[in-house]
Design a protein around this ligand. Structure first.
Ligand SMILES: *[C@@H]1O[C@H](CO)[C@@H](O)[C@H](O)[C@H]1NC(C)=O
Ligand SMILES: *[C@@H]1O[C@H](CO)[C@@H](O)[C@H](O)[C@H]1NC(C)=O
Ligand SMILES: *[C@@H]1O[C@H](CO)[C@@H](O)[C@H](O)[C@H]1NC(C)=O
Ligand SMILES: *[C@@H]1O[C@H](CO)[C@@H](O)[C@H](O)[C@H]1NC(C)=O
Ligand SMILES: *[C@@H]1O[C@H](CO)[C@@H](O)[C@H](O)[C@H]1NC(C)=O
Ligand SMILES: *[C@@H]1O[C@H](CO)[C@@H](O)[C@H](O)[C@H]1NC(C)=O
Length: 486
């Protein structure tokens, strides 16, 4: 995650395009960068061989979504960095992609220590942020489950079960006959299906611990923030029983639409730092469009960036850290320029427009309550862009809006990951309040249905300002358990 820091330097390192006729941008130097980074990534996987992530023989495209295919009751946590006292299960189940095709996919369930006496656990369905585009990038195989103490550990230690899909294409990457299952990055309604089907499948696998209509809240950050809001829209059409509300932290609701503003700045030679990360994720966005529309075939990438993506990142099946490291190093060394990352007009392509139409989130009916948290100085997803979508959603007529609550909170001087920490007690209290609430119709709406709050923060000038959380949960060698006492 520290590698993301390098992105801060991208905006400052902007240089005019150099002539780049050669498509051999991912030469030995570039491939060496990818190898270095992916070696680090693999050291952070609980099982580098990913033995769990195979399609069970009883999978078929005719199964209903949310069907269980395999259950690992008790995951061996000896190779994970999960706080002792918590336990974990993994499941393989069916979900539907953006086109409605049934796919096999995986999820983890993190179990608290204390089980409630009578009923099952309350749960949070957790939608993770960008981990990468390829099969190894499955948080259920990350030693720290990717968001570690920021979210899943914190929730489970408060007695809440965490049901967390990897998303289709992450974990299981192909069918037994070799047919690829690409991850439809940023196609949030597809990942919202994965979230809903993970809840349904987990309940059927563990009926003694998760009641069929037990209370659950949906939550997500970044890519997953958009997934959680997409879930709230899905819930308005296809309700899953027990739903109590949605938390969307720094949601990437309309990345390709927002990118247009960043590309206009870039074309004018004036890319602002808060839009630099949007520019840097174009390869991942184009991978996502191609995953849904194979005929699109990466046509938004330039020859140089296509070469880096295919022969650098994809060749080693690199995840976010590898992609970030390779791209920022090539930019810093002048091998690649910012305006070579993609064609400046790629968002205007009709296929991309159709993808955008099908995947943009917000501005329509949802099942609330919806709590949206943003960081005032988020340099990955600018908070003013999220606020525009909130305003658009709040302007919907009362009847299409259906009496739902939307609360938007902005946290002063907080960036993309620090926001999660700054707001922790707000969202933790909100989730607990929602999980213990009665049937929705009994609630009195004492407050305005749409509400905005600005939290200035205390002594924010003295906090560490970074995109990242400014810590790294690191593994000790098994023979050096003493290091954990540090
Ligand atoms: C990229 O930069 C590195 C370091 O300056 C250099 O060794 C390499 O040849 C460059 N590759 C290309 C394709 O420009
Ligand atoms: C597939 O097999 C697993 C393990 O035997 C079982 O738990 C699951 O219910 C089966 N699913 C279907 C759809 O047959
Ligand atoms: C998904 O549907 C679109 C629109 O109908 C189609 O163009 C695309 O090829 C489909 N994708 C796959 C993987 O079949
Ligand atoms: C996609 O483009 C690449 C590079 O131009 C080409 O080699 C490949 O055959 C194309 N694939 C499809 C499915 O059109
Ligand atoms: C996308 O949606 C807009 C607005 O609804 C519409 O005008 C446009 O034709 C759509 N484009 C595509 C390619 O579906
Ligand atoms: C924070 O620092 C800025 C710039 O140095 C200063 O203008 C501002 O007054 C400071 N704010 C607080 C609350 O100390």
């Amino acid at each position: 995650m520290k590698l993301l820091l390098a992105l801060c330097a991208i905006a400052q390192s902007f240089q005019p395009a150099l002539a780049a006729d050669s498509v051999d941008t991912c030469d030995a130097f570039c491939q060496g960068l990818a190898q270095t980074a992916v070696t680090f990534e693999r050291s952070q996987f609980a099982d580098p061989d990913r033995t769990f992530y195979k399609v069970p023989s009883n999978f078929s495209r005719n199964l209903a979504p949310g069907t269980i295919l395999a259950v690992e009751h008790a995951t061996d946590l000896s190779n994970y960095l999960v706080p002792s006292s918590l336990s974990m299960s993994r499941i393989i189940y069916t979900s539907t992609d953006l086109n409605g095709t049934i796919q096999p996919t995986s999820a983890y369930i993190l179990w608290p220590y204390m089980k409630p006496a009578r009923s099952g656990f309350s749960a949070v369905a957790w939608a993770h942020g960008t981990s990468g585009n390829f099969a190894p990038c499955a948080p259920s195989n990350y030693r720290t489950l990717q968001y570690e103490f920021m979210v899943p550990f914190a929730l489970a230690m408060q007695g809440i079960a965490v049901i967390a899909p990897d998303y289709v294409g992450l974990g299981i990457g192909s069918l037994p006959d070799g047919t690829p299952i690409p991850h439809q990055y940023i196609a949030s309604p597809a990942q919202a299906n994965d979230l809903a089907n993970a809840v349904i499948a987990a309940r059927s696998a563990f009926p003694e611990s998760l009641a069929a209509n037990g209370p659950f809240v949906v939550a997500g950050h970044s890519q997953g923030g958009a997934v959680s809001w997409a879930y709230a829209e899905r819930q308005a059409k296809h309700p899953v029983p027990g739903y109590k509300g949605t938390l969307a932290i720094a949601p990437g609701l309309r990345s390709i639409t927002w990118l247009k503003a960043a590309l206009a700045q870039l074309a004018a030679g004036a890319l602002s730092p808060s839009y630099a990360v949007l520019v840097s994720i174009q390869n991942k966005l184009i991978e996502g469009v191609t995953a849904v529309y194979p005929a699109y075939n990466y046509s938004g990438l330039t020859a140089a960036s296509y070469d880096v993506w295919k022969n650098g990142v994809e060749k080693v099946q690199g995840c976010l850290a590898t992609d970030t490291y390779v791209q920022s190093a090539l930019l810093q060394n002048g091998n690649l320029t910012l305006d070579e990352l993609a064609r400046l007009d790629w968002p205007e392509d009709p296929i991309v427009q159709e993808f955008t139409n099908r995947t943009n989130i917000g501005g329509r009916k949802f099942a609330g309550p919806l709590l949206v948290l943003v960081g005032e100085i988020d340099s990955t997803i600018p908070s003013e862009l999220i606020e525009e979508v909130v305003d658009e959603t709040c302007k919907l007529s009362e009847k299409s809006y259906d009496n739902e609550e939307l609360h938007f909170m902005s946290f002063g001087q907080m960036n993309h990951f620090p926001l999660i920490q700054a707001s922790q007690h707000v969202w933790m209290d909100w989730i607990k309040d929602r999980l213990s609430s009665g049937p929705k119709n009994d609630r009195k709406l004492a407050k305005p249905k749409c509400k905005k709050t600005v939290v200035p923060g205390f002594r924010t000038n003295s906090t560490v300002q970074s995109i990242t959380p400014n810590w790294l949960v690191a593994a000790a060698d098994p023979s050096k358990e003493w290091e954990y006492s540090f």
